[in-house]
Design a protein around this ligand. Structure first.
Ligand SMILES: [Zn+2]
Ligand SMILES: [Zn+2]
Length: 363
């Protein structure tokens, strides 16, 4: 039996349940999970802001060891260490063959729609979040969602590359392609925002302005490379504080890492002419963004979409872990707490209070 944290209904705590794994289908692999981060998107699912229908095993930031491979899987074998990507990378669809692998069509089919259940409870199918389901001590994923990594990296570190690190660093490096000397603002300094900051630092950004409500997170932001901080509690209009810090100009890129229309608007207003606001945070279903339309053309200011840090996960995840091993990328510092699966609801509460960057479940 598999132990997993199941969402039975929206707005209810997850329940720890005994589950059965279905037999492996073609192209799938069974993974013994070693660790899973608790990401804000897991909480968004519980709050019915993202389309994952219950009953479902949540968790999409996991790493583990391959236990068994299904028919047709040739590039992975039992014993391989893997990070699970919540966007598959099939290598064959329109997007994968046009260097846009983070938009892979397999991901849309498998991830959000809750199809291809691999868990079962009392004869009822239980879906898994984003084709991963890392809030369980064992899971089954498509082989195209598993990224083999080197064996010498602790898996309770590697798991964070599965979502937060990849999304944040990728937003700066791949989506915005920040260049040395450019200026950046980051709205929201949680697990993903801190990684946007260190991504921008890796790119050589001259100024990195961190914006958050929590002094603890602003302090962390400085550790990750922020050169300036703006406490949004004292500065409800952070865009004017950002303009003040940049000689009235504004920044080249403002990253919104929370997912609210109001903050995306502030981010947009804080970029200079020709700059861009990068939308990293996932807005709840059904909400819209309002920006002054004239600035799109007369000031050439853009809104950039950003999914999964525009990553090519097969290229980028091993690279990020190499940088970690060379001590050029901080991951340990993101982990505020290592917890048991049973503590996952408490981790959500801590997250809502803004107390933690990341809790990591270790199996
Ligand atoms: Zn996530
Ligand atoms: Zn594809």
């Amino acid at each position: 039996m598999v132990k997993g944290a199941v969402m039975h209904n929206f707005m209810e705590p997850l329940k720890i349940e005994s589950l059965k794994l279905k037999p492996l289908r073609e192209g799938e692999i069974a993974v013994k999970m070693v660790a899973s981060g608790v990401c804000h998107s897991d909480l968004s699912v519980v709050q019915a802001k993202l389309p994952v229908p219950p009953p479902a095993v949540l968790g999409h930031e996991g790493a583990g060891i391959v236990e068994e491979v299904g028919a047709g899987v040739t590039d992975l074998k039992p014993g391989d260490h893997v990070v699970l990507a919540w966007v598959a990378n099939c290598g064959k669809c329109h997007y994968c063959t046009n260097e846009r692998t983070h938009l892979c069509e397999q991901a849309v089919q498998a991830a959000m729609l809750g199809q291809e259940a691999v868990f079962e409870m009392g004869g009822v199918d239980v879906s898994r979040m984003a084709g991963v389901g890392s809030f369980a001590d064992h899971t089954i994923v498509r082989a195209t969602s598993a990224i083999k990594i080197r064996d010498d990296i602790p898996l309770d570190v590697a798991c964070l590359v599965g979502c937060g690190v990849m999304t944040g660093v990728g937003a700066a490096v791949n989506t915005a392609k920040v260049r040395p000397g450019q200026t950046v603002a980051v709205f929201g300094c949680g697990g993903v925002g801190l990684n946007v900051i260190q991504g921008a630092a890796l790119c050589g950004a001259a100024r990195i302005i961190a914006v958050d409500l929590a002094p603890v997170k602003l302090k962390l932001a400085q550790q990750f490379g922020a050169t300036d901080v703006v406490n949004a509690k004292d500065n409800p209009d952070a865009s004017s504080a950002i303009k003040d810090l940049t000689g009235g100009l504004g920044v080249d890129y403002a990253f919104e890492v929370v997912g609210t229309g109001a903050l995306i608007q502030q981010a947009y207003l804080s970029v200079k002419r020709g700059g861009a606001a990068v939308c990293v945070g996932v807005m709840p279903m059904g909400q819209s963004v309002e920006i002054p339309g004239m600035m799109l053309s007369l000031e050439e200011k853009s809104l950039l979409g950003c999914l999964y840090g525009s990553a090519n996960v097969r290229r980028d995840m091993p690279l990020l872990l190499d940088l970690y091993m060379q001590k050029r990328l901080k991951i340990d510092e993101l982990v505020s707490k290592k917890i048991k699966l049973e503590d996952v609801n408490a981790a959500f509460e801590a997250m809502e209070k803004g107390e933690v960057a990341r809790s990591v479940i270790v199996y």
